[in-house]
Design a binder for this molecule. Sequence first.
Ligand code: BES
Ligand code: MN
Ligand code: MN
Length: 455
Amino acid sequence: MSTNNYIESNKDRFLSELFDILRIPSISADSAYAGDVRKCAEKVAEFMKAAGADNVVLEETAGNPIVYGEKIIDPSLPTVLVYGHYDVQPSVPNELWNTPPFEPTIIDDKIYARGACDDKGQFFMHVKAFETMMQTNTLLCNIKFMIEGEEEVGSNNLGTYCKSHKDKLKADVILISDTAIIANDCPSIDVGLRGLSYVEVEVTGPRIDLHSGVYGGAVANPINALCTMIASMHDENRHITIPEFYNDVAEVSAEDRAALGRIPFDLEDYKKHLDIADVQGEKGYTTIERTGIRPTLDVNGIWGGYIGEGAKTVLPSKAYAKISMRLVPNQSSEKITEIFQKHFESIAPAGVTVKVTPHHGGEPVLTPTTSIAYNAAAMAMKETFGVDPIPTRGGGSIPIVALFEKELETKTVLMGFGLDSDAIHSPNEHYGIFNYFKGIETIPQFFKYFAQLSQ
Ligand code: BES
Ligand code: MN
Ligand code: MN
């Protein structure tokens, strides 16, 4: 039986099994869900085994377990290491979902659930593609699976695991489906990801919350101060004002920028989809460049003072914000965190003190476009989509990709099948049934071409 016939005749089960995974609320950010995270790992291991993998284990870490499994058909053949993550972002605010986030629901040929696209729907394509190759006798490379449970909280324990399991994880390429394509009739492959530097800031004014009439105007208000400080970190051209921030930013060649300019992109559709009247960003760059090749600074959350019902007249003692900086080659997250801290402390007005606490970070990466693996992915997509994929830059971060390169000396191919409009991390996340099966169809082609080109 051909791989496509096998997929076709198992369509319903491939969907219902994904639904079993989607029903488990494996939210890594919230310790209340630790039991569900483990349950999800066990379920993934079960499906991996059922698909035909050997030596399936939950690898214990200081945090959530990593699901490992493998099929070594012939040590002389190339080995593909498939990475993905079974943990998901929190679903809150739940009231903004049209269907329950952990009750997968199909509407208009899309699967609605937290993790449907990021990354359960996408890593599970690999499990089903592997089953398909096993059942149709078409597995032409060795395969190793590493599906982790802490990607959404910074993969803190995965680096240690990789460092201490170098032999076990030895592979010729790392294959990841955790990114997007441009459109269903316009496939693409991310050849870069941004890095991340994430900090939390605390601004402290008076010892306690004060009456805003009795003291207002005479005592520095930490929320006012925080807002001024945040506003000052961009100039009128939306350029970041932190000294030395751009020092290590790699200039992208005119040729590469021209290529980015040829990527199909409809600004009107983009604005309409987001319900915004206009876009905003660094002067001199297009929207695609702003998310692909330029670093950014964004407030992710800000709080302090009184936010309950009605009005309470209070001059707050404290103000807080969570700030992310997306980084591009060759910025270093450690260095950027350091210069942010130094700068933020230096701009604090008299009357407040500030504290900067670093959270997780990650390094930006570029993946090769001339490798056998990239070519295999491009040929596979060409075969199943009917057109050549376009190399693009992903705006998000998968910090472990840089770590794989450092610890395992192995390069990655980012063959994702999501869409930017899939609402990952947002309410009503979804994944197209078309995309799910297109992935399951394309992955065996990748294995075929990777084996062929490796000879
Ligand atoms: N799958 C995403 C990253 C992504 C999405 C890359 C779209 C390219 C295009 C991943 O799960 C993610 O959300 N990563 C986090 C980083 C992590 C350290 C929390 C991110 O980018 O915010
Ligand atoms: Mn992801
Ligand atoms: Mn994510």
